[in-house]
Write a protein that binds this ligand. Sequence first.
Ligand SMILES: [Cu+2]
Length: 381
Amino acid sequence: MDTKRMDRRNALKVFGAGGLGLVGLACGARGPGRASAAETSGDAGTAGAGSTAGSAAAGATGAAPGAARAVTLNTLAADPEALPGPIAGASPRTRSFLLEPREGVGEIEPGATFDYMTFGGQIPGPMLRARQGDRIRLTVRSPKTNIRPHNVDLHAVYGPGGGASETLVLPGQEKTIEFRALYPGAFIYHCAVPGMDMHISSGMYGMILIEPPEGLPKVDHELYLGQHEVYTNRSAGEGGHHAFDTASMLREDPTYVLLNGQKHALTADGRGPIMAKRGETARVYFVNGGPNLTSSFHPIGNVWSKAWIAGALSNEPLRYVQTLPVPPGSTGVFELEFPVPEPIKLVDHALTRVTRKGMLGIIDVRGAKQASIFRSVDTHA
Ligand SMILES: [Cu+2]
């Protein structure tokens, strides 16, 4: 049996929407799982994200106006399990990272293309992970194939614009900043050039995680997820090339609301659900790029057993919270327990954004049923 397909049907049934034309739209196997801006061990030149061949210009291949364009960003949805490992018991040190702004054409959903802007060719951009007290050396390098200026504002930085003005790069340029990570937490980074709302909406955001000196509790799975919204001149579900639409952005009326950059990316319609086993635990690092909508982030069939609002890791977590707001430009760090097997649907509980606009991911928890916790009761037996 195709279990992924079953998961998709179940997910849609929850929302009463099985007829949205999504059947058969699976867009391929899981992509490479490596985080694409790994720490560079002092050599910023070693950590790019796969091919640098993609460019916005590459999409203009002479196709008919409005037709879907050739895809140059093939692994757009970040692998939620590809993130740097915990910083265990380390003393402060210097860590070097590379971020590559990368423009290109990607699929929002199968058959519908869009001119994305990204960090490292993935959404959210590669997670940068360090420890409170570390000195961080960050290089921003823009390939010559780009056509726009970009920069990075990191909310983990004490400094002008979070580093934005000092990292401004034109195509072919490279800039480096150094900063001390003086406070712990999970923070967004994002492009902050003029027109930054358009750049973020096109995909330019990610997370920098600064662990407290004592580290974080051990869990079985660490997951990296990002929400943002896209404004186009077409409707969700409509094929062809979607152009960015400023008027709908000004109305804050998005065409798509996405988890990891593509419609239903973390379901059987995309790169596949996240797999887990009953009895395991997981920690979700969630970043909301926006640029405009607050997420009401909720795990259907489960609860956030621990929640650090806004990713503020210096505080004690809240316990057993159903839905938490994550505003644009912020994060949340949430833990889950898996006492029963079930597909857990990760959604923005502003539910119009889920089935129609794309904001859905699934954690598929497998294992033996636990009748003492949950069972159906046949009252006619
Ligand atoms: Cu940019």
